[in-house]
Design a protein. Sequence first.
Length: 182
Amino acid sequence: MGEVLQYAQVHGLGDLSLRALAAAIGSSHRMLIYHFGSKDGLLAAVVARVEADQREVTVAIARSSGGDAAMTMRRLWADLADPARHEAERLFFETVVLSLRGRPGTEALRAGPVQPWLDLVRDAADDLAVSPQVAGLDARVGMALVRGLLLDLLATGDRDGVDAAIEHFLTRWWPAEAPPRP
């Protein structure tokens, strides 16, 4: 899967040719069909892998932040905004657009990039000292903020501007002197 993911990050998925992919990774298109069922199955597997990897990173960051939501967001943003991740992030946005355009086989992608994140944060509600409902709302706002600023960064390259925007949001949302939210 690693080679498939690397190829997809560099070449994108919009015009993906299984034959070209197979040749690039030293396989055959028949083996790709065997492993993924179809081109669309491969697309879904790539997106699932990218999302699962990012959720693992997010959990590790959250655990190392000691329940400090603002610190978690800052560390997560630093990880996501790292230029080494830009190809993976472009791939994420590309697959979301393909699903929104109704590409056959991408139906699961419409909810896939949202619900697992909401579940992840709701499951951590006790650690965050908030109710599961509030945790879910915070997760949705945080996800929208990070994804929107990430799209801004990828489109404009204005790292200083997006870093300032996320810091502005965090200092207003989680001021250091404020008591924990209910």
